[in-house]
Design a protein around this ligand. Structure first.
Ligand code: NAD
Length: 459
């Protein structure tokens, strides 16, 4: 009989309130357990995700989930003792002798609700930060990857005591019950729409949230940048996991007279990388028929509105996979340019001046990622200064997420609060102010009656 989210939470909560903060060695041991759990079950995890997607490249799971998860854990293990160190703060002359410092303490129990698109990384990377910060955690993975979620629940029970890490599986009803629990912090990764609901539920408990959401991440190719090089990077970032990547370049802005050349370059990269689509184990499927139908309908809408569509020429039909599609200059009000695409469909838009390109970006919500292709530092600076986003990779795509030394998170509707590495440790720690009064402290004499003496001390 599976335990309910509430029962699992109560076990974690009781332990968090009755046990002192774990020291660095204890945290390193938990992180080591997590790392070993992933490595020992890596093939099973990849097979489970493959089953759930009905075709997910196992190499992509290795490269984009297993490797970064394990690297993030290694980074945290190496750094946690340093991150935990108390931070001395200056004490003003008036208050001396005294000492002031900040202690980074565990928050308690962290809730983690994660999506289906990178089910392992997006559940276990927040867990890494939670454990580094000395917390306990309850995970709720996505119902769209049930084989993976069940496997995760099973192996976590084998490796972790129930008062340190627990997993609850199930559908939206379970997710809603999890979001309503009085966590000390809740990390949600998923859509902006559900993020709003999660934040509303958390507000009832005054639970602070970290929201890792979606959006339309643009790529701007400046006139100075070699087109074929930009095409390679954009194709890599867009078509890996068949575009079901939160930081995939959603659309590309290219100088108006080079749009067709850029599209041809992207298609050449795609056709080389994926010479066939049907049954190609290197090319991931679309997670459900519903998601696939949504993408097909959005492309047909753009076609009907007069956009030029470039299809992949690979023979064969696959009811699960959707071949990469390039859409040249779709109308700005069509679904493809309104909603996050989250699939292997790439709109390519022409611009006349860089200012026009940046205006297209700024007409929309602040995105999770931004990609700028230019070797000119002035252009790079202008794009960085004018267009805000959660993170940026310059002259590449996706790579900023792979840096353990950088925070990862969105801004505005693409999310709030960053995690990964030191920022993740701090996000899930309580920054506790401690002030120790010295042996001879004039403030002992402060108080009514408000004589001249005490007034002098206060100034
Ligand atoms: P989703 O929002 O539909 O679901 C995410 C999780 O929320 C699932 O575990 C689901 O069970 C749960 N959930 C659903 N309804 C809920 C509710 N009412 N209350 C609480 N939890 C609920 O997202 P998805 O379709 O799984 O993932 C795709 C979206 O996630 C895209 O928008 C993508 O951009 C975004 N995403 C963001 C990041 C990031 O790091 N910023 C990473 C991956 C995906």
């Amino acid at each position: 009989m599976p335990q309910t989210a509430r029962t699992l939470f109560d076990i974690l909560h009781r332990a968090a309130r009755s046990t002192p903060a774990p020291d660095a060695a204890r945290r390193q041991a938990s992180l080591a357990t997590l790392g070993q759990m992933i490595l020992d079950h890596a093939d099973e995890f990849a097979a489970a995700i493959d089953t759930d997607f009905r075709g997910r490249s196992r190499d992509e799971t290795q490269l984009l989930e297993i490797v970064p998860a394990v690297r993030g854990i290694r980074h945290a293990r190496r750094s946690v003792a340093r991150w935990m160190r108390d931070e001395r703060r200056p004490v003003e002359l008036n208050f001396q002798p005294a000492r002031a410092w900040v202690r980074y303490e565990p928050l308690g129990v962290v809730g983690i609700i994660s999506p289906w698109n990178y089910p392992l990384l997006l559940a276990l990377s927040p867990l890494t930060d939670a454990l580094a910060a000395g917390n306990r955690a309850l995970l709720k993975p996505s119902e769209l990857t049930p084989t993976f979620s069940d496997l995760l629940a099973r192996v976590v029970v084998e490796r972790f005591p129930p008062d340190e890490v627990a997993v609850v599986t199930g559908g939206v009803d379970v997710a809603e019950a999890v979001a309503a629990l009085p966590f000390d912090h809740l990390v949600f990764t998923g859509s902006t729409h559900v993020g709003r609901q999660v934040m509303r539920a958390a507000a009832e408990n005054l639970t602070p949230v970290t929201l890792e959401l979606g959006g339309k991440s643009p790529a701007i190719v400046a006139p100075d940048y070699p087109l074929a090089k930009a095409a390679r990077s954009v194709a890599f970032g867009k078509f890996i996991n068949a575009g079901q990547t939160c930081i995939a370049p959603d659309y590309v802005l290219v100088p108006h007279d080079r749009v067709r050349a850029f599209a041809d370059d992207v298609m050449a990269v795609v056709e080389r990388g994926y010479p066939t689509i049907a049954g190609n184990a290197d090319y991931s499927a679309i997670v459900t028929d519903r998601h696939r139908a949504r993408l097909v309908a959005a492309v047909e809408e753009a076609r009907g509105a007069g956009a030029t569509i470039l299809d992949h020429k690979a023979p064969g039909d696959d009811p699960r996979r959707l071949a990469p599609v390039l859409v040249i200059d779709p109308p700005r009000d069509c679904t493809l340019m309104r909603d996050e695409i989250f699939g292997p469909v790439l709109p390519i838009l022409g611009y006349r001046t860089l200012a026009d390109a940046m205006a297209v970006v700024n007409e929309r919500d602040r995105p999770l990622a931004l990609y700028c292709f230019s070797t000119d530092r002035a252009t790079e600076g202008a794009v960085l200064d004018s267009c805000t986003s959660g993170g940026v990779t310059i002259n590449g795509t996706l790579l900023h997420i792979a840096q353990d030394s950088l925070p990862f998170g969105g801004i505005g509707p693409s999310g709030m609060g960053a995690y990964h590495g030191r920022e993740g440790f701090r996000r899930l720690s309580h920054h506790r102010a401690v002030y120790r009064v010295g042996a001879f402290n004039v403030f002992e004499r402060l108080g009514p009656p408000w004589s001249d003496t005490s007034r002098r001390i206060a100034h």
